[in-house]
Design a protein around this ligand. Sequence first.
Ligand code: SAM
Length: 204
Amino acid sequence: MLALRRAGVTNRYVVSVMERTPRELFTPVAFKDSAYDDVTLPIGHHQTLSQPAVVGMMTEALELTDRMKVLEVGTGSGYQTSILSPLCRRVYTIERHQPLLAEAEKRFEQLRLRNITTKAGDGTLGWEIQAPFDRIIVTAAAADIPPILAGQLSVGGIMVVPIGYNAEFNTMLRVRRTEKGLETEELHGVRFVPLIPEDAAAFA
Ligand code: SAM
């Protein structure tokens, strides 16, 4: 994929999974012609399917191995989840919008991805009963590093999260938990929809 190469994604496992995952399955009918363009696409509920280059960069930044337990916040269409699934042991994914989650679950079934566990709810609260996680990926922008998620990251673990709530542009952060605390590294400028907070009055 040219877009991945341009974005500097070189991990051959990541590239190979992205090449064989049919993005058209995750794309609304009206946008099928753009399924393989390097663009963000609407998926309803004011949410988006991230562009392939960003999915590739985030996946590579996680430094995954097949032994890892991964938490994803923001299932959306399920595209990013489907890229994570073959690259790790298990993915736990949380989505705020139940209808989006239901659609994503059908796609996981179609692709026979059997190591994904889903939950509808507020992902900023994490998944305490399954913690700690080796890796955490947040696919909507946060104001700051979500503290509960940081607390559910194992020592040696990595979280990738776009920071800059309500900002025009966000910064993709890679956060590593060490014995001494959190180490952060700025990776790229990105543009994400904001996380919907726990107390959001209205969302559908
Ligand atoms: N990774 C997705 C994909 O491949 O289609 C795209 C994710 S989209 C940019 C962000 C998603 O995060 C939306 O589906 C949105 O509903 C979800 N979201 C927003 N706030 C959330 C929260 N607090 N907990 C869980 N999901 C949330």
